[in-house]
Design a protein around this ligand. Sequence first.
Ligand SMILES: Nc1ncnc2c1ncn2[C@@H]1O[C@H](COP(=O)(O)OP(=O)(O)OP(=O)(O)O)[C@@H](O)[C@H]1O
Ligand SMILES: [Mg+2]
Length: 296
Amino acid sequence: MARVRPAIEAGRKPLAWAENLLMRPVLDSPGCHTDFWMPHDTAPTSGSILSVSQLHKLYGETLAVDGVSFSVEPHEILGLLGPNGAGKTTTINMILGVLQPTSGSIVIDGCDLALRRRQALSRTNFAAVYAPLPGNLTVAQNLRVFGMLYAVPALSRRIESVLAEFDLVRFRNTKCGVLSSGEQTRVALAKAMLNQPRLLLLDEPTASLDPAIAREIRATIREFAARTQVGVLWTSHNMIEVAEVCHRVLFLSRGRILLEGDPRALPSQLGHKTLEDLFVTVAREPLTVRHAEEDA
Ligand SMILES: Nc1ncnc2c1ncn2[C@@H]1O[C@H](COP(=O)(O)OP(=O)(O)OP(=O)(O)O)[C@@H](O)[C@H]1O
Ligand SMILES: [Mg+2]
């Protein structure tokens, strides 16, 4: 069932992007960074894979994330949707521990990120096109370095497994920097699966993939979610893909969650033909979405 949350109309001043924050320790939280790469903690816990509560992020005068609360359950692929600047990447960077929230809590597989950072992050991994792996290392070297950082057991076998899974065997000795963007994305996804994370964060994972490879990647992630206890947070601007891959979606608009529901059912529930039509409405006129729901 669709859930509509109140829209906001707060004006914000545009700010330039700061440098890419991924793959770095928390910049505004001294003392935490040594915990970022720590051995994989395998103790399973019950309940949600991710619980985010009243998360806020203020960049100067820009309120990028404004009281966001949601959870991701085991086996679930949750789509985080929203127009450019909605706050998706900021939310993901806070969950990854590379950005310090202004306020709010993040609990990963039962571990509060603020209190048990090492354990929380050992259960997490991510891939994003804007966070490429070091280009001067080969595919195999990259996987080995990251596998060691995550203390992946039986690492050589695990590397062979992800090389095969992401069709990278022939690139094993190729430097990542010379791979095509689609090939680099596959390496990033292979790296993201290395430690068999409980929480997988994928920020526009198929953005640079050709349609055939993108379809394979979607199937791989769906199968991984069905087979393991993983919870996946997936952002994408491709609404056809979202409807295919995500079990549930959240629409973020101006830092707030405006809508939540099944991507296949939401459009008709709110008087739209397709998820893309609904997306355009939410992006342009958040308040009209609320009216459609109230009229229903
Ligand atoms: N490091 C930063 N410093 C200042 N402002 C930032 C910073 N990072 C993001 N912002 C601002 O915060 C807002 C949210 O940005 P964010 O990157 O989270 O959006 P997004 O939903 O991921 O957008 P897109 O779909 O374009 O990737 C934007 O207004 C952006 O300009
Ligand atoms: Mg983004």
